[in-house]
Design a protein around this ligand. Sequence first.
Ligand SMILES: [Zn+2]
Length: 329
Amino acid sequence: MKKQQYIVSVDAGGTKILAALIDSNNTITSKAKKSTDAQNGAAVVIKRIIECIETVLAQANVKTNQLAAIVIGIPGSLNSQKGIVYLAPNLSWKNINVANPIKKHFNVPTLIENDANLGALGIHHFGLGKKYENLLGIFVGTGIGGGLIINNKIYRGKSFAAGEIGHIVIDPNGEKCGCGNYGCFEAIASRTAITREIKRVIKNGKKSVITKLTNNYDLIKSGTISSALKLNDKVTKRALKSASETIGLVIGNMSNLLDLDAVVLAGGLIEACGDFMLPIIRKNAEAVALPQNFKGMKIVNSSLGDNAALYGGIALAKEKGFLFGSKTN
Ligand SMILES: [Zn+2]
């Protein structure tokens, strides 16, 4: 009997680590989740990644010798060939080799990739019902991440840092961004930026149902924003509309540069408020896009939710030659 093979796909985010065991039919057979505890340093995070991997293996009674590869998505710039993360601000990492300790621990080939790249790859292969050759994934959450698929492959750029759509400057006189610049896309349209705007308006004396829904204005969750939207809260609506207009503007510009087949929006905020945001995003993209480029370009929500980057791991493992399963792939 042929040995069933698996991969483990890990999404190591700033707040939580998600791991999934995936079989040769591209089915997630077990999952685990842990808080990242990034404040305790890289060694602790790596240990927690290892624990998550051990959990998904134990839950499915799968041994490490049945694994074809381990793939880890990291929110930062990194060298996927060397396994080194150059800079991951949300993890407070600088020049950390993540792949080696995990590879040594399990004795399994271990790949790392930028999480937005993995997310875009997951959406490209598994999220749209068909493959779109040129695709941009935009992940709106605490920040805004981007992953570019060009000619069916991740576009990484000369130093593995392509896709940093969150740091396109929209307004040089705008709010300060985590990167040090002013008026970056993510400083204007991320959930963090929307939260800041809602807080500012409330402080200026405007009434909002948000004050009843949460006590923590520093971190208004996507679910809270969605609840306020359903209650027709004007303050929330205005902040979301403004962010959606900026997202549309950026997509229109990207369409002009790249003549894309599809733009897929993902992340907690889009999942919670996409129905309200998408029509505004489309309208504002169309307003700046060249008609020929806009025509036939899909702008949709991701259907994969939290799993996009995990599914991206399957595609990356195959792309790197770690074929698994009995199919021809
Ligand atoms: Zn920035």
